[in-house]
Every structure is written in C-alpha cells, then in structure tokens.
Write a protein that binds this ligand. Structure first.
Ligand code: MTE
Ligand code: MO
Length: 314
C-alpha cells in the first residue's frame, strides 16, 4: 500500500479495489495515525466504518447458490442518479453523504413518524439474506444482503384499513447528483408495492451487504430488496415511505409503460418488448442460464398473485 502524504490522497487511490470495498480488511491494515485522519474517508465510508455488523442471524430464506464477489456487485450498478453507465455509480457516488439520514413513514397510518438511520438499524434483529437478484436487463447477482423484513418497520406505524399500497421515494438532490440530469428519467426515483407484497416476509428492508454497511452505489444507507421482482423495483437510498389507497406511480412505468409494468415480477414467459426474459447472465459468468418464474421464489410468493393474468399485469 502506498501512503505518502495522507493530505493529498483519496481513500480510493491508496488501496486496490478489492481492499477498498472490504472495509474490515482495509481498516485492519491501516496504521493508527492514518485512522485518526478519518477525514480522508468519504462521509459514507466514515459512517460505515463505525457501523459494520458483527453478528448477523442466518436467514432461512437464503439461497445456497454461489455468491458473487463484493467487487463485482459494487462495480456494476444501476443507480441513475449517479450516471447510467454500470461503472459510473461506483465513482460518482463516492462522496454521497448517507449519514445522518432520516426516513419518513407516513400516509394511511395511525402513527406516522420519522426514523433516523440509527433507529432503523435497531428496530429488528439484522439478518443475512443471500438472495438472487435479477435486473430487467437480464443480468443477475447473488448477494448476502443485511436487513430485516419491511413488515417490521410497517408494524411500527400501524397501517390503517385504507392503506392498500406502499409508495417509496428515493433521495434526490441535483447538486449532489449532477449526472442525474442526463439520465433521461425523472427524479426523485419512486416505486410502489401492493400492501400484501410489502408485508411479505421476503420483502427486505436492506441496510447492508457482505457483513457491512451498504456502499453508496448500492443504495446506502437503506433500500429495498425484492428478490422475486426485477431489480428496478428495489429502490435505493429511501427517504420516504407512504401508505396509500391507490396504486402509486413507479418511475420506469411512468417513463415507458409498454416496457415496464407496476408488478414487474420476474417472469420468463413474458418478454420485454426489446429482448427475451427467458434467460439471464449471472455477473462474472459467460453462459446464460434459464430464468425461473418469480426468480425461483414461486413457492413463497406465487399465492400473492392467484387469479391474476400475469401477462396483463406484467
Ligand atoms: N433510486 C434508484 N434506485 C434504483 C435504481 C436507480 O436508478 N435509482 N436502479 C434500480 C435497478 S434497475 C436495479 S437492477 C437495482 C440495482 O441494484 P445494485 O446496483 O445494488 O445491484 O437498483 C434499482 N434501484
Ligand atoms: Mo435493473
């Protein structure tokens, strides 16, 4: 490791990529004097360095499939606020300030309230959930996420009988996210779920991956992971969750309604108008593998959609 003049160097420049993304190893390798100069770390790295997760319960929902590497997952992202190329978010989100952070949970609830990220971290025991996650663009990843079921957060605010959907909103600040204006979609990024989907135990309120806080480009400090739906439903860097009566808008459906629906359940039998959804490429592999109904989570979630025409409700 090359450390000459700490004042002149950036966090990312002193370490090879693999180490840069493994803060435990990174911090262990640092001399104490250097650690004292933590101003060198990006704000989110500072927050993350203090907040790694020592004990994560293993989740029965985890797949036993081979995990992708942290380096792969953290260098290949969709986060249009920080650019549309897959390798842009990792560079452009580097200084994204994700601490302190507040999520407002409001709307059709008996007890609306704002949660600080520290409160969110303590609300329920954090679990490690190794999920398959599939982008609508037909690449997929297997990631050990950290979090707990969104239902634990929703229980805190007590949805009223009128609440039938959940609307999510991402953070947006054009001055922190200058690349967003070239993305071709509207911000803030919004998403939605039916209340029963949001309450399903698989719906993960996610605060970490690979045993540590989320890197900014993966949606720090808190995002959704919905493993049976295409990746764009898994909204990043959430600031607002609103319980509502009517189906809320979701960004990609608003932009291209013929191409992206509200439900967006992974479905190998319903192609995207411009490409097949019947197969996918796991990040780091060349071969294509068949895509499974509900991304392989049919046993758990198919009953949510009983009686629905999934070709119409794509
Ligand atoms: N706010 C926001 N959330 C977002 C996106 C985005 O552009 N902005 N992209 C979505 C898409 S298309 C995918 S595939 C996943 C990617 O998550 P990852 O980069 O952690 O793999 O995030 C989703 N969440
Ligand atoms: Mo995606």
């Amino acid at each position: 490791m090359l450390i000459k003049k700490p004042g002149d160097i950036r966090y990312s420049e002193v370490t090879p990529k693999a180490v840069y993304f493994d803060r435990r190893k990174f911090l262990a390798a640092l001399p104490a004097a250097f650690l004292a100069g933590r101003e060198l770390l990006s704000p989110s790295a500072r927050a993350g360095a203090a907040g790694k997760f020592p004990t994560l319960a293993k989740s029965p929902f985890s797949t036993t499939e081979k995990e992708n590497s942290l380096t792969d997952v953290a260098h290949y992202n969709n986060f249009y606020e920080f650019g549309t190329a897959k390798d842009e978010p990792f560079q452009l989100a580097r200084n994204f300030k994700t601490y302190p952070w507040t999520v407002s949970v409001e709307g059709e609830v008996a007890k609306p309230r704002k949660f600080s990220i520290d409160e969110i971290l303590k609300l329920a025991p954090l679990e490690e959930r190794i999920y398959r996650h599939r982008c609508v663009e037909a690449w997929s990843i297997v990631v050990p996420w950290a979090g707990y079921s969104l239902s634990a957060l929703l229980a805190q605010v007590q949805p009223t009988p009128k609440a039938r959907f959940v609307a999510f909103q991402s953070y947006y600040n054009p001055s922190e996210m200058p690349a967003a204006q070239h993305a071709g979609i509207e911000f803030p990024y919004v998403e939605g779920l039916r209340l029963d989907e949001a309450m399903h135990p698989l719906a993960l309120l996610c605060v970490g991956m690979y045993g540590d806080a989320l890197p900014p480009q993966d949606g720090a400090p808190v995002r959704m992971i919905l493993p049976w739906k295409y990746g764009f439903k898994s909204i990043k860097s959430i600031v607002k969750i609103r319980l509502v009566e009517k189906m809320p808008p979701n960004t990609w459906n608003t932009m291209q309604p013929m191409e992206y629906g509200f439900y967006s359940n992974v479905n190998p039998n319903v192609d995207h108008p411009r490409w097949t959804q019947s197969s996918e490429r796991r990040l780091g592999e060349l071969r294509r593998r068949p895509t499974l109904m509900f991304n392989g989570y049919a046993d758990q979630v198919a009953s949510l959609y009983t009686g629905m025409d999934l070709k119409k409700n794509f």
